[in-house]
Design a protein around this ligand. Sequence first.
Ligand code: 9MR
Length: 438
Amino acid sequence: MLSGNKNGIRRAAAWMLLGVMVCGFIGCGQKEDTDGKNEGTPEAQVTKGAESDVQVTQGAEPEQDATDTAPTEPAKEVRTDFYISSIDEEIPSMSEYWKDYFSIGIAITKGELLNDFKGDLIKQQFNSMTCGNEMKPDALLDREATKSAGTETCPVLKFDSCDEMLQFCVDNNIKMRGHTLVWHSQTPDWFFMEEYSNKPDAVFASREVMLQRMENYIRLVMEYVNTTYPGVVYAWDVVNEAIAPGDGGEDGMRMSDSLWYQTIGPDFVEKAFEYARKYADPEQKLFYNDFNTYEAPKRIAILNLVNKIKDQGNIDGIGMQSHIGMSSPTLLDYEETIRKFGETGLEIQITELDINLDSNTEEDFLKEGTRYKRLFFTFKNLVDNGEANITNITVWGLTDEGSWLNKDGKRYPLLFNQVLETKPAFWGVLMDDGIPLY
Ligand code: 9MR
C-alpha cells in the first residue's frame, strides 16, 4: 500500500519545484516566509496508510491562483512533467474497483493526455475517455476545404485534433465516448449558412440543405472513426443540450441560440438520431446528453423527447452531464431523476461529473469526498436494485487546475490535485472507510 511518507516526500519536492516554476513564470514570492515555508491555504490530503486505514494529513501548499499575484497576466500552463517524477503506482484503480458495475471515464484534452505522467495516471485509473474539445464540430469542420470542395451539402472534415487521442485509446485498451455530433455550441455559424459564408450578411441554408449537411457530417465522422480506429468508440453523444424549457422552442426545446433548431426545425433531434443509427456500428450506443437533467421541467421534456426517439428505435441511452454543486441538486432529486430515466429502459451514463467546490480547506475537501462517496453509493444501489442500467461514470477533467470551472474563479471540483495526488474525492469514489458517508 501507499506509504504516507513516500507521498509526502514526493509532494514536498513537487511543490518546491512548482514554486520555483511559478515564481519564474509570474514573478511571485511574497507567499514564502524566511524559512522557505509556504503560507498558503492548507489543503487536505488523504493518503492511504500501510493498512486499510486512511490518514488525513495537512499540507501547506501555496495558493496556485496566478491571478492573485499577477492580475494583469494571463495564467500560464504549468508543465507537470518538469517536476513530477512518477505517478503513484500503488493507489487502487477506480476502473478496476467498479468493473462489475460501470466503466470509469475521464474527459481530457489532447495536451493533458500527451503529458507522460497524466497519460500514465489515466491508463491506471480509467477505462473510458471523452475528448474535452477535440471531437466537437468546431474541431473537425474544415471551412477552407469545404468551400474548395464546392458542394453545398457535404462538408469536409479533418481529424488531426483527435487522432492521437483515439490512437492512445487503441494502444491502451481504453474505450471512447464520441462527444459530440450535433450541438448548438462549438459548431461554427458558417456551417449553417448558404455557401458556408462567414460574412455578417450571410443567410441560412435551407432545411433541406441542412438536413443533408447533418447527415453527411454524422456519416463522415462515424466512417472515419470506425474505419481508422475500429471498435474504440462505444457510445456517441448524438445530440447535446437540445432541451431548454422556457427558451421558446416547441416541447421545451432550445431555440434562441440553436442554429440547428432555427434552420431545420424541432425535428432536428429525431433526424440526427435517424442518421446516427444509419451509420453507427451496430454495437455503438447512441445517447442524448444534457445538463441540469434533475430540474423537473427539463427532466420531463427530456423524457418526452427520448421516449419518442426510443419508439423510432434510434436511441440507446441518456447522458446526465452532472456538473453539480456541493448541496444542489439534493441527492434525492438527483436519484429520482436517474430512477425516472431508468424507467425508460435506456442505458444511463453520468457523462460529465464534477462538483463545483470553491474552497480548498481540509474540511471542505472531506465534504467533497463525502458527496462523491454518496453519489457512487447511490449509483451502486440503483444498479443493485435493478432500477437503472448505469453503464459509465465520467469525470469532467483530471486535475482541479485543468477544470473548465476555473473560468469563474478557482475551483476544486475533481479527484486529483495539480501534482496528480489523490484528493479525498478520489477515496470517496473508492468508497473508502476513511471518508464519511454522511
Ligand atoms: O470542457 C470544455 C471546455 O474546455 C470548453 O471551453 C467548453 C466550451 O463549450 O466546453 C467544455 O465542455 C462542455 C461539454 O462539451 C458539454 N457540456 C458542458 C461542458 C462544460 O462546459
